[in-house]
Write a protein that binds this ligand. Sequence first.
Ligand SMILES: [Zn+2]
Length: 241
Amino acid sequence: MGIRIGFACTSAALALAACQASQMQFEPALTAAPARPAPPPVRAAATLEGQEAQQIEALFAEAQRVLLLPAFARNLAVVAQEVDDLRVAPWGRRIAGEDLARLVQGGQPGFSYVAVPVRWLSGGTSTIGWDRALDAISIRLAPEVRTHWRSADARVRSCAVNSAAHELTHTITRTPPVLDYTIADRGFSFARHFGQHFASYTVGAVAQCTWLEEQGLLVEGLAACVRTYGTNRFRTDDCEQ
Ligand SMILES: [Zn+2]
């Protein structure tokens, strides 16, 4: 749930206007022309070995598989219609579910995924950004994501799928190999007071609920499931064992 990336338009009115203007150049120009280059496989950071690396790569492979399902795109379109104000970033461009699905599924011309190494954190919250330990941009996952992914309870495991799918959205760029954080959520806590919902959290929740649906565990229905896990932040109350 990296909230330390992208742009934070949270201060005084003048600065806010300037920040919003600066975001304009990062807003995706969305056109319809599916191409679908496969997203690169996610690798654990080279500093990880054995089970530590395998668990990360298995988690992200699963998240990528779910994101490419037709059912994911269908569910995202349904959810996006119910979410009143879905944006690629706080104060960023509004985006339709179909366009967001195309962006995430690699079918949006001009946009692609950048392969970013992933490692576990010993504390704190998940994030993406410059990693001094690796001298590169990395995804760092909070310890509870590992706990979720290792759980024997499928509902708990689904929370790890949410986290991985969420972080993957931040690796979409239109300036490869440089990440421009087309999908960002920094400053989300302020923006959500204005009723904004974010592509990163929505994709995470829809991926989680699509995964549960696939397991036959979507007993509460799609809309209720997505509400449980959140589209403007990740609600983890139901992720405890
Ligand atoms: Zn995030």
